[in-house]
Structures are given as C-alpha cells and as structure tokens.
Ligand binder design. Structure first.
Ligand code: SF4
Ligand code: SF4
Length: 380
C-alpha cells in the first residue's frame, strides 16, 4: 500500500525519472547481453597429469604461477615438468581446473551491477521523497518495496543465475593476487577493482547496499521483521572494523608469503560466501561461513560485510570521498536520535555526531524518512 501511496504522491517529473531509469536499466542489461562473451557454458576440459603446467595454464586463462597455486604447489615450481612428476593426482588436477573455471567472470554481471546501482542512486536522490512533500508525511517516503525488488534481482540474477564471479570481494582480492603474477591480464583485474570502487564512490557504498548479491541476501534476511529486540542492539563498529582490518592485513601477509612461507595463500578463499551462488562448498569452512552469516543476519545487520569482507573495508575507506551520500544539516538537526534509532549500524550516529570515521553506511535509506525536522537527505 505504501508504494501505491508513494507513487500517487510523486510528481510528474519524478515519474519521468522513474520511467527513464527503468529504460536505462533495460538498455544497460541489453547492452551487457549483446557485448558479453560469457554466455558460453563453462566446461571442464579433459586435461591429464601427463601434461605440464605450461601446457594447461593458457587454456584456463591463468598463468603458470596461477595454476601452480591452485594445485597447491609452490608458485615458482618448474612449469615444464609433467604434473605426474610433480606428484599431482588426477583428482587434484580436476579439482583445480573446476575451481579456476568456476571463477571465470561473467561479463554480463558487470552490467547488471551498473543497472542496479543506477536504480538505487536515482531512487535515493530523485524518487524516494516526493517533490515538495510535507515532512509530516515522511513515513510514506522511501517505501521499501523498490529496495526489496532490487535486492531480489541482485540475489536471483547477479547471484544464482550468473554465478559467484565477478563480485566486489573477489575484485579486491584479485588485484593483490595479480601482483604475484597469477593472472595473464593483471590490468583487467585492476580495471574490475576500479569499476567496483567507482560504484562505491558515486553513491555511498551503493554497490554493497543495492547490488552485491551476498550483501543483498543478508539485507533481505535482516529485513524479515523478527527478533526486533535483538536487532536494536548494534555491534560496536570499533570491534567489527578491527576484526575486518586484521583479516585484511593477515590476508596480505599470507598472500605474499611473509607468514606461512607459501606465496599465494588466500585466507578469504576459505570463507568466500559467494560460492553459495554456484552451490559449490569446496571446503567445510566455506559452508560454515555461509550458514553462520545467513543465520546471524536474522539478528545482526550484514554480519559478513561487517566482520569479514575486504571490499567492505576498502569501500568504507572510499566512503570519505563518496559523491552522493546521507548528509545531515547541522543547522536543522536537534540530535533527537530518530535516525540513530532507525539505522541498523552506528553509521547515522557517527554522522550526527560529526565523527571523522563513522561506521559504514550501506545507503539502505532507513534513516531518510524519520527526521522530524527534515535535516537528513541523500545528496551530493
Ligand atoms: S561488504 Fe557486503 S555487500 Fe559489500 S561486497 Fe562485501 S559482501 Fe558484498
Ligand atoms: S540507516 Fe544508517 S546505513 Fe542506512 S542509509 Fe542511513 S546512515 Fe546509512
């Protein structure tokens, strides 16, 4: 009902914005389908352990080092020797090949991310709040239905239909992996990372808030109106961010062989919840991460994003320069706490109190329709 009442309230100009945005999203998606070369079904090629790393790696789109890493060999091992002489079994080779292929990027997914971010941005900036609406009717602003629809699209299309890759988390990790020479095209990894960062900077972390499939799944679960008393208790940002940062530093130390002695080891590989979208739980730790994150999401806002995700950390840093974001008019703000109460994190509180490094804001819009003095807006 709220969405109908919102639609009736928005101006003609806003309806034109809505129409244009939906057309724009469709155009981006069609363009993605036309330009995408990733529609070929992935197939497991029948390589054999009589072949060398040098014979196999180019066919999988990785470097010799990249394949050696997947085979759990030292990345500087001879690439000319047949794999059986390196004591690699058929099963290990098959597993490595399947794993590499499962990470092949679906190019179409980049377009889907862009389309979802476009919708989120226009909704937050132009549509959520009817032009000239009285603040007395603020509870009708920013209805949840368009947000839920965007989240569902993300989970279904960018998640289960198109598979786990690319995603912002892997986009972050692959940049560092490419420094070890694991990919033949490091520039492509840098461009993918920049793409995600640009989306995070245009709208405050909007790629996380509106388009990331695992973020969306957690958001959908959190939005189920149960355990409301527990949800009121927010996690301390200083703790979640410290854990997330320590994991990131540990990832770098292990990846570059500073700890552990084996270059190329990626901690996040063992807790990558995006595997869910391929129904591929290679390790018990991945299955456990997915189960814990999704169960915790019933009571806690985006637990994986808060505690683990490296892109969550990087995009939190990028928030300092985001263009469109929640802004609080200090002149009008009476510090009544309405937005702080509505926010599932310490994000609104940090902004109201003018903290230099407030908690992550996922552009979820919960705070945008509660301010009695109209001091809060999503704008540049
Ligand atoms: S922080 Fe959350 S929403 Fe953002 S990329 Fe990571 S998993 Fe996705
Ligand atoms: S409720 Fe919190 S996380 Fe959501 S938009 Fe507002 S400040 Fe950001």
């Amino acid at each position: 009902m709220k969405i109908i009442s919102w639609f009736l309230q928005i101006s003609f100009k806003q309806r034109i914005w809505l129409f244009t945005t939906v057309v724009g999203m469709l155009a981006i998606t069609v363009l993605g389908i036309l330009l995408s070369s990733s529609s070929k079904p992935k197939e497991v090629i029948d390589f054999s352990i009589n072949m060398s790393i040098r014979d196999i790696a180019p066919n999988l789109g990785v470097t010799g080092k990249g394949l050696a890493r997947e085979l759990e060999l030292p990345i500087d091992i001879s690439k000319k020797k047949p794999l059986n002489l390196l004591k690699v079994t058929d099963e290990e080779l098959h597993h490595a090949v399947e794993h590499i292929l499962s990470h092949s990027d679906s190019m179409l997914k980049y377009y889907i991310y862009a389309a979802l971010v476009l919708f989120g941005l226009v909704f937050l900036i132009k549509l959520g709040r009817p032009d000239g609406a009285d603040v007395k009717h603020r509870y009708k602003w920013y209805p949840r239905a368009p947000y839920i629809a965007s989240l569902l699209l993300s989970v279904i299309v960018a998640g289960f239909l198109l598979g786990k890759s690319p995603n912002p988390m892997e986009g972050t990790v692959k940049v560092f992996k490419s420094m070890l020479g694991l990919y033949p095209d490091p520039m492509a990894k840098v461009i993918a990372f920049i793409f995600f960062i640009i989306l995070a900077v245009i709208g405050n972390k909007i790629i996380c808030g509106w388009a990331c499939p695992f973020g969306a799944l957690q958001e959908l679960i959190y939005s189920i109106p149960i355990l409301q008393k527990i949800k009121k208790k927010k996690l301390l940002f200083v703790i979640t961010n410290t854990i997330r940062t320590c994991l990131f530093i540990a990832m770098l130390l292990f990846l570059f062989g500073i700890i552990g002695g084996r270059k190329g080891f990626v901690i996040y590989h063992h807790v990558n919840p995006f595997n869910l979208f391929n129904f591929d739980f290679e390790t018990f730790s991945i299955l456990l991460t997915v189960i814990i994150a999704l169960l915790a999401a019933f009571a806690t806002y985006r637990p994986f994003c808060q505690f683990i995700c490296p892109f969550g950390l990087v995009s939190w840093i990028a928030e300092r320069v985001s263009i469109f974001r929640v802004r609080i008019d200090k002149e009008k703000c009476t510090q009544c706490g309405a937005c702080i109460k509505a926010c599932p994190l310490e994000a609104a509180e940090g902004r109201v109190k003018g903290k230099k490094l407030p908690a992550d804001c996922f552009s979820c819009a919960r705070c945008l329709n509660v301010c009695p003095v109209d001091a809060i807006e999503y704008k540049s």
